[in-house]
Design a protein. Structure first.
Length: 380
């Protein structure tokens, strides 16, 4: 299952915007156009299914912090997604509309679920009469309640698999420096080494072997990778063996590995980790331009090694990454800020023709994503 469409209304940068998504989607646009906020909409759905509406909203600063600044008469916040099954056919439509009451608690204004494979009424349409009789019920969604989501629990289970990963090498090296207490499922890497160690040995070794074959090309003299436990301190380490003048080579752990090595390893590992949509933010950071140029092909190669493909949605500013002529126009979503919020701009007819004639996304679409007055930056 994967997400084929998303519509946002009054969500952060977005006044009213909708776009189609593919199995691999690249988000481009100027700084502060809303790429991170779009990714956060998917994370919101994950938090909604895991922790409920109130926790998901409070984690983001409340309804007022989420509401688009250009919102006028219509003040509700809408998030709607269409989900396709493994065959590619649209299967579900989930919509959540919420606001806040006079106590600043998030409340459901509308929640609906449609089974797109079956004709008939919606499986869920709130508010119902019992919601009107007992307004406190509107502080929770049916999606988050196992006693209410039986008919569409597949949607909740899918949302829970959404994963956002933005591995930061400095955090991987010194997790306690960023958090004195142990953190679980941290997207920035505070528990990354522990996740490596907790993976079954057979699976871990198979992944390390595949990732090592890619890193050998990108990282000079690197021969193999291993995850070992430090029995004295009780913490795992990522070790890399490098060839040098000694016959057995030399081992270095994550504290000595370069930012680029850790970053690339983290990116490749996350493709294997999990089955739901993978959200990546600027994967080109800390990497050499020639490595970045081949990232789309590396991700595609790893996808073929998986039992099932997973959807990857990533934001990028990288010209090198988008020079890959295997990237189609339908895989790119361009964000364009405007007075009434950010809009999604698909390739127009001329841009589509240029892409079909052999030009890359970096040639055709990326220049359109630049700030309109960027040429004045050197004149301030």
């Amino acid at each position: 299952m994967y997400i084929t469409n998303i519509r946002l209304r009054n969500w952060k940068n977005f006044g009213d915007a909708a776009t189609a998504l593919s199995g691999r989607t690249f988000l481009i646009g100027p700084n502060a156009s809303g790429k991170s906020n779009l990714l956060d909409a998917f994370r919101f759905l994950r938090d909604l299914a895991n922790d409920g509406l109130e926790a998901a909203v409070i984690r983001r600063g409340g309804v007022s912090a989420l509401r688009c600044l250009s919102a006028r008469r219509y003040s509700d916040i809408d998030v709607a997604v269409t989900l396709a099954d493994d065959s590619g056919a649209d299967a579900w439509l989930y919509c959540i509309v919420f606001n806040q009451d006079n106590r600043q608690r998030p409340i459901v204004k509308k929640e609906s679920v449609s089974d797109l494979k079956k004709k008939g009424p919606d499986l869920l349409s709130r508010p119902r009469q019992e919601d009107k009789d007992d307004p406190v019920r509107l502080t929770q969604t049916d999606l988050e309640q196992v006693n209410a989501n039986r008919e569409f629990r597949e949607i909740a289970d899918f949302f829970k698999t959404i994963s956002y990963q933005h591995i930061i090498p400095q955090v991987v090296r010194d997790p306690k420096g960023f958090s004195p207490v142990q953190v679980h499922e941290d997207p920035f890497g505070r528990d990354f080494l522990l996740r490596l160690w907790n993976t079954s040995q057979k699976t871990r070794n198979a992944r390390l072997k595949r990732i090592s074959s890619a890193l050998k090309v990108a990282v000079p003299h690197l021969q193999e990778l291993a995850v070992v436990m430090d029995d004295k301190q009780g913490v795992p380490h990522l070790n890399g063996r490098y060839d040098h003048w000694r016959a057995q080579g030399a081992f270095q752990n994550e504290s000595q590995l370069s930012d680029g090595t850790l970053r690339l390893f983290g990116l490749l590992w996350t493709v294997f980790e999990g089955n739901g949509p993978l959200l990546l933010e600027e994967p080109e950071l800390s990497l050499h331009s020639e490595v970045v140029r081949h990232l789309p092909q590396m991700f595609e190669r790893l996808q073929k090694l998986r039992k099932t493909r997973r959807q990857i949605i990533m934001s990028t500013h990288s010209e090198e990454m988008l020079t890959d002529k295997g990237i189609g126009g339908e895989e790119v979503v361009r964000l364009e800020p405007g007075e009434d919020g950010t809009r999604f701009q698909p390739p127009d007819e001329n841009e589509t023709k240029l892409l079909k004639q052999g030009l890359s996304v970096a040639d055709v679409l990326l220049p359109r994503s630049a700030p309109p007055k960027a040429h004045q930056l050197s004149l301030f």
